[in-house]
Ligand binder design. Structure first.
Ligand code: SME
Length: 169
């Protein structure tokens, strides 16, 4: 994937974040543009820590096949591992990783990138590919930039934006 596709997506997400009404709108924009522009990103979604129970990741906006994993304890899955380790996790072959929680039988590889606000992990971006070993250092830095934009949005709006998703206020 040429750098320019990644750079274009990041700049569009950054521009959208400048006027996004709320976190859900920004996340919807991210999953929609990322899934549409990057064909090997077959499942694209957000998991955010539930402010009422920070030991659980709750599924947010996504594109791709519906998943049973709508709430994932931070002790489970590749998703939990990224929170526990506090860093991006790339799995080149999910069939060889015992932590992997299956979403689709077509998934071969996965990358999970933490989102931080005010230095604290508040959620993550999760991508699955039907291709084995689909994600490299460029995918990682692209997604870390996307995560930084979302984290920056939350810092500007306060973590109220996360809570609003649950309380509607
Ligand atoms: N594979 C993830 C679960 C989420 S689904 O891929 C959408 C995991 O192992 O945590």
């Amino acid at each position: 994937m040429p750098n320019s596709a990644f750079a274009d997506i990041v700049s569009e997400i950054r521009r959208f974040a400048g006027t996004a009404a709320n976190l859900t709108a920004l996340e919807e924009f991210c999953v929609s543009i990322i899934a549409a522009r990057l064909p090997y990103y077959n499942w694209v979604g957000f998991y955010m820590l539930d402010p009422g129970d920070e030991s659980v990741l709750a599924l947010g906006p996504y594109r791709g096949a519906p998943t049973d994993h709508v709430r994932i304890p931070v002790t489970e899955g590749i998703c939990g591992a990224a929170v526990a380790q506090g860093e991006t996790v790339i799995v080149a072959d999910v069939s060889a990783d015992p932590r992997y929680l299956a979403c689709s039988i077509e998934t071969r590889s996965e990358i999970v990138v933490p989102i931080r606000a005010n230095g604290k992990i508040v959620g993550e971006i999760d991508i699955d590919s039907h291709r084995r070993d689909a994600f490299d250092a460029e995918d990682r830095s692209f997604l870390e930039e996307c995560a930084a934009v979302v984290g920056g949005f939350l810092e500007r709006g306060g973590l109220r934006a996360v809570r609003a998703r649950w309380t509607g206020r």
